[in-house]
Design a protein around this ligand. Structure first.
Ligand code: ZN
Length: 309
């Protein structure tokens, strides 16, 4: 299975358009040992022909263009992108769907709760179903496995299983609507298994690390994990106000309950942070935070990285 990291930053990207924090300012000034990143986006393929997007970032159009494997191959209109799997209804995970609206047939795999938010409450996504042979919505169920299917309808060799990581829907989902949705479908973690048996754990947003998450991660060969914030009060310190990492649904990297410490015993998988916010001090590759995570066996994903499992 080929895995392409198309983007590795949290919402807003790095640098973020309206941010002049130390990281963003230094990066623009060219005086920073760090790399720019687009918003988190991953693509996987078992055979290098049929590709599947894990979520759909707001930067998707640019990310597809700079990834030759995702370019059209046939004459005229064509795309190797056979499907998109959604792990939440966050704008950062769904906005890219609007860049895939040019009457191309593909499948969207999501829970019935997410499908209702997109199809029933947000009419703009109706553009994905302007003609009969366009997007096919595939309801998926928490804790059940399912195959990703090629455009022709054959098994791609990639199997997925989703599990619940949280019960908070995005703030744009009205409280009235949220009461009609299944809490456990609000935020999913994903395990992707290739025909080779290689396993990718994809968790760009993790509110808390429980025993189940630990067990799942230990069965993976590659872990792409929530690296949004270094510390719980990071945004408050940088901006002067705001929410904590935990309030925003992200376990911080550092601290007593942080991922570095909680996942210290993880032996089997290669461990890589994705979804890194522009304020995160670990982006500075000359800094102590970066050296601390490297010493703990972690890496920070960069746009353009790829893996084979
Ligand atoms: Zn910034």
């Amino acid at each position: 299975m080929r895995i392409e990291i198309l983007g590795a930053a949290a919402g807003g990207g790095f640098p973020q358009w309206n941010c002049n924090c130390r990281n963003c300012h230094s990066l623009r000034a060219g005086s920073f040992a760090a790399k720019s990143r687009t918003q988190t986006q991953v693509a996987v393929s078992n055979d290098g022909r049929a590709w599947f997007l894990l979520n759909a970032s707001p930067d998707l159009r640019v990310q597809i263009e700079r990834t030759p494997a995702l370019h059209p191959r046939g004459p005229g209109r064509d795309s190797p992108i056979a499907g998109v799997l959604l792990t939440s209804a966050d704008i950062d995970q769904i906005a890219g769907l609007l860049s895939l609206r040019e009457l191309q047939p593909f499948r969207i795999y999501c829970t019935s709760s997410l499908r209702r938010i997109l199809q029933e409450d947000n009419s703009v996504f109706g553009m994905l179903n302007r003609v009969p042979q366009q997007v096919c919505w595939m309801d998926i169920t928490v804790d059940e496995g399912f195959p990703l299917v090629t455009t022709e309808g054959t098994n791609s060799g990639v199997c997925c299983e989703v599990f619940s990581l949280g019960n908070k829907y995005p703030v744009y989902v009205s409280p009235e609507r949220a009461t009609t949705l299944k809490p456990k479908e609000a935020l999913l973690g994903l395990m992707v298994t290739a025909s080779s048996g290689g396993r990718l754990a994809y968790m760009p947003a993790v509110p808390a690390i429980n025993e189940r998450v630990l067990q799942l991660l230990e069965t993976a060969d590659l872990v792409l994990f929530d690296g949004t914030f270094w510390s719980d009060d990071e945004l408050i310190r940088v901006q002067g106000s705001g929410a904590t990492a935990q309030e925003m649904g992200h376990v911080p990297v550092s601290g007593v309950e942080g991922s570095l410490r909680t996942l210290a015993g993880l032996q089997r998988p290669r461990k890589i942070f994705v979804h890194v916010n522009n304020t995160n001090p670990m982006l500075d590759e000359s800094g102590s935070e970066y050296h601390e995570l490297r010493a703990a066996g972690w890496e920070i994903a960069e746009d353009g990285w790829h893996f084979n499992l």
